[in-house]
Design a protein around this ligand. Structure first.
Ligand SMILES: Cc1ncc(COP(=O)(O)O)c(C=O)c1O
Length: 511
């Protein structure tokens, strides 16, 4: 196993470095300088004349400051990152370069359409590709995240029943207890009541319970598939029939499409609406709060409800179509998060159809390899559907370890940090006790996964022989074991320069 010791700097905040009038750049002032000339184009009326309160530091100081901070952090570029479900999947760096090209960076949503033809063409073609990948009829690229896509989708369900005059009656959305947490949140935000159906021993929707829950009150069902246990719903056809027969619509949470890319399509499974998380499956790094994109696709009978604007092509030019008869309106400012769409476009172009299929094969193979090896380590087990293959992820439970030694999923997660591994998602899904949700993704190598198995074996040995060492972990990180109660108390947190000044410099914060 590799040895890991994180850097530890007592790094001041950036405002405490440097001194008055020190500058971070020394560009020659020249008319031909593209950066400066852009700056000069800011109209007088929009210019700020009072000096903004900024750190006054040299270029070397600022670079060193941020490098030191990054050394005390952990990310996908440092090491293994098996953060189940919301993980960083394969994010080729070349696509970041594409997204930061001047042609993409400097366009503005207020530009006239005829100056944005290239951008519109990319959006239009990407939407067509997504239709082919998912088996849907039309896509809107508006939503900026998975949950934003879900919200748009549930508003479409609402608008559809309203138009049919059935909204008063159809107030319920059915959601399995193995769904991603944003599903019930989105349904509630759209004004529906959430009806939960349980998971059976096989880790799939309990079909009898689903039949019982379905009625004339059902507006639709939201299904995360593969579900949060990493299991593909075997009775997907039955599920579809039950809901459609009752007059409801089917929503497919396709955030983790890397599990089925090129192998199965939500549209062929009979689903009416789907969202994708481009900041997971299609090459934008996930995490850190954005930016993201959660486009939604619908079958033909729902296309008139999609959010606007839609990007269309009239045979000569691309244009923005706001004239969608029953549109739910906008769910985001302007058109979309274009840089995220551009990465997805470049990704699909470079890997091609065969590459997409290979991505899902490798992500599934990796998850099953790890699941098989980790389930044999003392103290761990994989509940639900014990002999079933997983898709892109699986959920390991530390329940046996907790009852034998007192070591919990949280303790294991903290000890993993000492080995330079980002911890898995913990305590989710809530239907698994002491859950560690693990997703190696398509980018993990066999050596990396074998090392992870060795690390968890070593942690298990420790749990049974020297639990104190785990309880005091992490030992090798820049920040040790934190006081969780204190850290989650708003009064102790100091989250901005203004708060910091008020607390430590005795200054009164301005509103
Ligand atoms: C299955 C699933 N659905 C929905 C979401 C929500 O996506 P977002 O975080 O972009 O809102 C996630 C999270 O990444 C997810 O894993």
């Amino acid at each position: 196993m590799k040895e890991f010791k994180q850097a530890k700097w007592s790094e001041p905040i950036i405002f405490e470095i440097g001194s008055q009038d020190r500058k971070g750049y020394s560009l020659p002032i020249s008319d031909g300088n593209p950066v400066l000339s852009r700056e000069y184009k800011i109209p007088e009326s929009l210019r700020r004349h009072a000096d903004p309160e900024l750190p006054e530091i040299s270029e070397v100081e600022v670079v060193r400051h941020f490098i030191r901070l990054s050394q005390m952090n952990f990310g996908v570029d440092n090491g293994f990152y098996p953060l189940g479900s919301c993980t960083m999947k394969y994010n080729p760096k070349i696509n970041d370069t594409v997204a930061s090209l001047d042609e993409a960076r400097w366009i503005h949503p207020h530009q006239p359409e005829d100056t944005l033809q290239g951008m519109l063409e990319i959006i239009y073609k990407l939407a067509l590709w997504f239709c082919e990948i998912t088996g849907m009829h039309k896509f809107s690229m508006q939503p900026a995240a998975g949950a934003n896509g879900e919200f748009a989708g549930t508003l479409i369900i609402r608008a559809y029943h309203k138009l049919k005059g059935e909204l008063q009656q159809r107030r319920e959305i059915i959601i399995p207890d193995s769904a991603h947490g944003t599903n019930p949140a989105s349904a509630s935000m759209a004004g529906f009541e959430v009806v939960t159906v349980p998971t059976n021993e096989d880790g799939c929707v309990d079909i009898e319970a689903l039949k019982e829950a379905t009625s004339h009150r059902t507006a639709g069902l939201m299904l995360t598939n593969p579900n949060t246990l990493g299991i593909f719903e075997e009775k997907i056809r039955d599920i579809e029939e039950i809901i459609h027969d009752a007059g409801g619509l089917l929503y497919y949470d396709g955030a983790n499409l890397n599990a089925i890319l090129g192998k199965a399509r939500p549209g062929d499974m009979g689903f009416d609406i789907v969202h994708l998380n481009l900041h997971k499956t299609f090459s934008t790094p996930h995490g850190g709060g954005g930016p993201g994109a959660g486009p939604i696709g619908v079958k033909e009978h729902l296309q008139d409800f999609l959010p606007v604007p839609l990007v269309e092509y009239d045979g000569e030019k691309y244009y923005l179509n706001y004239d969608v008869p029953h549109t739910i309106g906008k769910v985001k400012g302007f058109y979309c998060n274009f840089d995220v769409l551009l990465r997805a476009f470049a990704y699909i172009l470079t890997v091609g159809a065969e590459g997409l299929e290979r991505i899902s094969e490798i992500s599934v193979l990796n998850a099953n390899y790890l699941a098989c090896r980790l389930s044999k380590i003392r103290g761990f087990e994989i509940p639900y559907g014990k002999d079933k293959p997983r898709k892109h992820e699986f959920v390991l439970s530390c329940s046996p370890m907790k009852s034998d030694t007192g070591i919990s999923a949280k303790d294991v997660a903290k000890r993993l940090l000492d080995y330079g591994v980002h911890p898995p998602t913990i305590y989710f899904p809530s239907i698994v006790d002491e859950a560690l949700m693990i997703e190696p993704t398509e980018s993990a190598s066999i050596e990396e996964m074998d090392e992870f198995v060795e690390i968890l074996t070593s942690i298990s040995n420790e749990a049974y022989n020297d639990p104190e060492k785990i309880l005091k972990a992490p030992h090798n990180t820049s920040v040790g074991l934190i006081d969780e109660v204190k850290a989650s108390h708003p009064r102790t947190l100091c989250l901005s320069w203004k708060m910091y000044k008020k607390r430590f410099k005795g200054e009164t914060a301005k509103p």
